[in-house]
Design a protein. Structure first.
Length: 290
């Protein structure tokens, strides 16, 4: 536990949070906190009860009122008016130095946290300040694509290039440039856990991925879809809408009672597709990319 002085207010970060209290806090905003909740619940399921250095907590009157998951991504979970928690998280991040590849989560926490960090951390690769957060809790409004299925572990060599191309289109650089093997390990893990969905068609040069999506974060109440992708030459053919309908149909009930995603506001085509499937907007995410 450490104390720092930000302005005239003493702030406190708890660095070995009770994971049960952390899970209860996340449950207050299950969609906004799913990126953190999925990791916290996984740690609890493995038998851990303390967060170690991966969870920064902020207490008020001895009660956990805000937290920040500190891993490859920095994920704040706190009320927008909790300036003491934001000050404390910023001070902790500044003391440690930047170790994350992004700050992501509800815009109401991400953007004020970034305001505190930007003077020291400098210009990011990009700030995506307006990312509609959308959910669906009912059967899709379009027919699910019957050809969409869970990916198979043996399909890693087929899926990985599609995942890399999606990442490059979305973020602007190859994920293979980071820690050796880390991205491939992530794709393999999602395949093995049944959280990767694909449609594989026979192309001129053999089998090819024509739709893919992953359940990138899964808590007990929310499954967040990430990595939705259709190859450029197969777009505007309805593959994304019917593919997403299949993902929703396979996920609701079997995985979680709510399916969520977030999308860049300028991606009007994707927004229209998700609305057609039956997703509705309930909030706003933001992402700061480094």
């Amino acid at each position: 536990m450490g104390r720092w002085r930000t302005g005239t207010t003493t702030t406190r970060v708890v660095t070995d949070v009770d994971l049960r209290a952390a899970a209860a806090l996340c449950a207050q905003d299950p969609v906004g906190s799913v990126l953190a909740a999925s990791r916290i619940e996984a740690a609890l399921a493995s038998g851990s009860t303390r967060g170690g250095s991966a969870v920064w907590g902020h207490e008020t009157g001895g009660r956990l009122t805000a937290l920040c998951w500190a891993g490859a991504n920095l994920v704040p979970v706190c009320a927008p008016d909790d300036t003491a928690a934001l000050d404390a998280f910023a001070e902790t991040a500044l003391r440690q130095g930047r170790r994350c590849s992004s700050i992501v989560g509800p815009a109401s926490a991400v953007l004020p946290l970034w305001e505190r960090l930007e003077p020291s951390w400098g210009a990011p690769r990009e700030v995506r300040a307006e990312q509609p957060s959308m959910v669906i809790d009912h059967p899709p409004r379009v027919a699910p694509d019957p050809a969409v299925r869970a990916g198979r572990p043996g399909e890693l060599a087929l899926l990985l290039p599609a995942c890399v191309q999606m990442f490059v289109e979305e973020v602007g650089y190859s994920p293979l440039l980071g820690s050796p093997g880390a991205y491939e390990s992530r794709v393999r893990s999602l395949l093995e856990e049944g959280r990767s969905f694909v449609r594989v068609d026979e192309g001129a040069r053999g089998p090819e991925i024509v739709f893919k999506a992953e359940l990138g974060a899964v808590s007990s109440t929310v499954a967040q879809v990430q990595g939705v992708w259709v190859p450029p030459d197969r777009r505007r053919q309805g593959l994304a809408a019917h593919g997403m309908a299949a993902v929703v149909a396979r996920t609701l009930g079997a995985v979680a009672p709510l399916v969520s995603l977030y999308v860049n506001d300028y991606n009007t085509g994707a927004l229209a597709t998700y609305e057609r499937v039956g997703f509705r907007r309930i909030g706003t995410y933001a992402t700061v990319l480094f």
